[in-house]
Design a protein around this ligand. Structure first.
Ligand code: FE2
Ligand code: FE2
Length: 436
């Protein structure tokens, strides 16, 4: 009964579904790649399954519908959760159009199985939590310490696995390694993000692409901050910036982009960076000195400026007073205070970073050294800095009205009140042509 039948043909999605179902809900999974093989498994022993998670459509096949129809004929009442875009499937328990929204998927699976938060808490989790070895073949390193069967430390956290080590373990018949039970969710989230970041856009709906971009950015920021500039982190950051630029292209209207971000519950940091890229690109495209090089630059700055922030709440702080009044612990306070400086230092090491981008990032909260916040932007700020500061403040205003009607005139008025000098006002004027 604790077995889930997953009907999915994307091997990466299959992997992280399996890992998440096991870690969050203690469910084991059997995978079928199409309706026919799923039905074969059901015919053989349907009593072993407590839940079916099936993709709505695999290729031309109406996978989930074929399954629910057969279940009905058999008079079997195994709940079926349908994942992926498409119409509602009659006889299904729930439909999750965005199959990458794992939190929703886990909640749905728990509900279908009658697993409550209390029953999960009451469950005994071993001090060393087993993770199948196959997941380590997907990683270069682990974000937490990894232990062997005899509970000896095998791999230290964030240190690259020695070459060929995982293969060696595989050959010697090791099936699983262990992580501290307190680290297990973070570990699983990390593996999930790693896999999501490698999904191909063609395989995903627009909503799923949004979730994947969000996860990719989060992964890129965590890695950049924890392991610094390496070939791997540069590639990941570049990929993340490219998806964000693509999202701007495929959503030519700001309201459409906003809607998609909200509907897919992307993180504040991602949402903020994505909208900021949209607005910054709009200004550069319309300003007299704008060119493709400057477009690159504004996206680059947008991506990096808040990269050191760890939590969504950090991104909202914009003054020294707000920071002081916040209930962050001392470590978080210091991180928020220094986030511009940390990001600028990373960028100064980033290969082929656009010229001067580190300085704009260092000063994006008005202080020269990137520490703390100031309301005052000096008279000698560069034109690109002005574009960035205006874009960031406009992003804040747009997000403030998220979900409500976007009134451009009012939003621009608010922006003009914040920046009364003529150099800023000239840039603000360009926002009048943004398509809402
Ligand atoms: Fe920001
Ligand atoms: Fe910031």
């Amino acid at each position: 009964m604790n077995l889930t039948l997953l009907v999915e043909n994307n091997s990466k999605i299959e992997s992280f579904y399996r890992l998440n179902l096991f870690t969050w809900l203690g469910l084991d999974t059997i995978v079928a790649h199409d309706a026919a093989s799923a039905l074969k498994l059901l015919e053989k022993d349907k009593a072993q399954f407590g839940l079916i998670i099936a993709r709505g459509k695999i290729g031309k096949e109406q996978t989930a519908l074929e399954i629910t129809t057969t279940l009905k004929k058999l008079g079997t009442e195994i709940p079926v959760i349908v994942i992926g875009p498409g119409k509602e499937v009659p006889g299904s328990f729930a439909h999750m159009a965005n199959s990458l929204q794992l939190k929703t998927m886990i909640q749905g699976a728990a509900k279908a199985m009658g697993i409550t938060a209390q029953s999960m808490l009451a469950k005994d989790v071993p001090a060393y939590f087993p993770i199948p070895l196959q997941f380590f073949t997907l990683l270069k390193r682990s974000i937490c310490n990894v232990y062997g069967k005899d509970k000896t430390l095998l791999f230290e956290k964030l240190k690259d696995f020695p070459d060929g080590e995982i293969k060696k373990l595989e050959k010697s018949g090791v099936n699983e390694l262990y992580v501290d039970k307190m680290d297990r969710l973070e570990f699983v989230n990390n593996v999930t993000a790693e896999l999501m970041a490698t999904l191909e856009d063609e395989d995903l709906s627009e909503d799923e692409q949004m979730t994947a971009s969000d996860q990719t950015m989060e992964l890129a920021s965590k890695k950049l901050v924890s392991i610094g500039i390496t070939e791997e982190t540069v590639a990941l950051a570049t990929r993340s910036m490219e998806t964000m630029k693509k999202n701007v292209k495929v959503n030519p209207r700001l309201s459409k982009l906003m809607e998609k971000l909200l509907a897919n519950k992307t993180s504040y940091l991602f949402t903020h960076t994505q909208i900021l890229s949209y607005i910054g690109l709009h200004i550069i495209k319309n300003i007299d000195w704008g060119n493709p090089e400057q477009e690159e630059k504004i996206c680059f700055i947008a991506f990096f400026h808040d990269i050191a922030l760890e939590k969504d709440e950090h991104g909202v702080i914009k003054s020294q007073l707000q920071l002081k009044k916040s209930n962050f612990n001392e470590m978080d306070k210091s991180l928020v205070e220094r986030h511009a400086q940390i990001a600028a230092e990373l960028v100064s090491k980033f290969p082929h970073a656009p010229m001067g981008s580190d300085q704009i990032i260092r000063q994006h909260h008005g202080t020269l050294n990137g520490v703390g916040f100031s309301d005052h932007f000096g008279n000698n700020v560069s034109p690109m800095s002005i574009v960035f500061i205006v874009s960031e403040e406009f992003t804040r205003i747009v997000l403030k009205y998220a979900g409500a009607e976007l009134n451009r005139t009012q939003m621009i008025r608010e922006l003009k009140d914040t920046f009364p000098t003529s150099r800023f006002q000239k840039v603000i004027e360009l926002l009048n042509t943004i398509t809402f």
